[in-house]
Design a binder for this molecule. Structure first.
Ligand code: GDD
Ligand code: MN
Length: 366
């Protein structure tokens, strides 16, 4: 035994888990008898008062702490902040809804003592003795697909890269933190792929439990964020995720533009100018809201006033972008005599980069 006061910090991401907090603390306390630990709940300002529920316990138990993040959302980023907020040599991440088996925590801790080369010990549903409990067919299929995809970006023979339950050396996570994307749910996959040298890991089996209180936050947006995270790992250095999303939405905006124009001009016989104006405004609005909901989900503008001002600044930025687009294409084609299609593409690229750079600064800037 050394003289340090802490062996372990247990990081518990929570969002609207008020009803689970007390049970989590009691279970962790029981599981970690005789160990020196602290528990850090990381809450994203849940409306149900999760953070207050933690504080209530923390007032009489100084091993319990809470980080209440304001204006932020995201499981991965919550875990990263929690893991960097301790002096303990090891940190565990465990869901706050009781679905992970906390009785595994002492075994995880002991694994580090047994093998000092270990960087991370992973609670695994897909090794002998582990399981997904009462998952329905659909969820099993989706999880298997996600696991298969992840193995393409992961160069380690890991059976459960999607596990949200693991323990890691705190110095390792601090070293890797600047390279973690923080997007979505897949914090472990993120850690495993961020390391320049493969991490030493070990998997311990556990059975995923059924949730009894509250509900899952794994929705379609999270699934999409997962694909984004994979993209980020595979191509993020070449074309950053946000820019790729922004451009993809821009492409959809073109379709919206054409649909409105054809409906008004061809369908209803409006003048071409009127059709163009309506189509431009429609596409602009479509792009603004989609980017607000997806590309900048983490800095989403809310409320009528902020939305309107955001829309206005987006319109100004894109207006200038359009002038730059047309100006550059025209210059390349008419002055430099470049091939027309290449000139147009160069114009579009410059316009897209302009729109992206300025709107991320002015429309969704912090
Ligand atoms: N702070 C914070 N912010 N916590 C969050 C957020 C968020 O945006 N979203 C979810 N959480 C918390 C939940 O409150 C819960 O304690 C934990 O993270 C897991 O979220 P669930 O919504 O219960 O996820 P799940 O059970 O569907 O998914 C679990 O299984 C997956 C594998 O199938 C998680 O463990 C995933 O990490 C895991 O990949
Ligand atoms: Mn859950």
């Amino acid at each position: 035994m050394n003289s340090e006061l802490l062996d372990l910090a247990v990081v518990i991401p929570v969002f609207n888990e008020r009803g689970n907090v007390a049970t989590m603390v009691a279970r962790i306390d029981a599981a970690l008898k005789g160990r020196r630990w602290e528990a850090i709940f990381v809450d994203d300002d849940s409306a149900d008062g999760t953070a207050d529920a933690v504080r209530e316990i923390a007032r009489v138990d100084n091993r319990i702490r809470v980080i209440q993040r304001i204006g932020r959302r995201g499981l991965s980023s919550a875990c990263i902040e929690g893991m960097c907020a301790t002096a303990a040599p090891h940190v565990a991440v465990i869901d706050g809804d009781g679905q992970h088996d906390e009785t595994l925590l002492p075994d995880m801790l002991d694994a580090f003592a047994e093998d000092t080369r270990l960087d991370v010990v992973i609670g695994s549903r897909f090794v002998d003795g582990g399981g997904t409990g009462e998952w329905d067919h659909d969820r099993v299929a989706k999880s298997a697909l996600a696991t298969r995809l992840s193995r393409r970006v992961l160069e380690a023979d890991l059976n459960d890269p999607m596990s949200g339950f693991f323990m890691i050396r705190a110095d390792v996570v601090r070293r890797l933190a600047p390279n973690l994307s923080g997007i979505g749910f897949k914090i472990l996959l993120d850690i495993m792929t961020a390391a320049p040298k493969p991490l030493h890991f070990k998997e311990l089996p556990y059975v995923f439990r059924v949730r009894t209180e509250g509900e899952s936050k794994l929705d379609h947006v999270v699934a999409m964020e997962y694909l984004i995270a994979l993209y980020d790992r595979a191509f993020g250095r070449i074309v950053p995720v946000r820019f790729a999303m922004f451009s993809a939405i821009g492409g959809m905006g073109v379709a919206v533009h054409m649909a409105i124009l054809s409906a008004l001009y061809v369908g209803l016989g409006a003048s071409f100018v009127a059709g163009q104006i309506a189509a431009t405004l429609g596409a602009l609005t479509f792009n603004f809201f989609l980017n607000n909901a997806l590309t900048y989900r983490d800095r989403r503008l809310k409320g009528p006033k902020r939305l309107f001002l955001g829309w206005l600044s987006f319109a100004v930025v894109c207006g200038v972008g359009l002038i730059a687009n047309v100006g550059i294409a025209t210059y390349l084609h008419e002055v430099q005599d470049s091939y027309w299609a290449l000139s147009a593409i160069a114009g579009i690229l410059v316009g897209a980069v302009w729109n992206f750079a300025l709107s991320s600064r002015f429309t969704w800037g912090r």
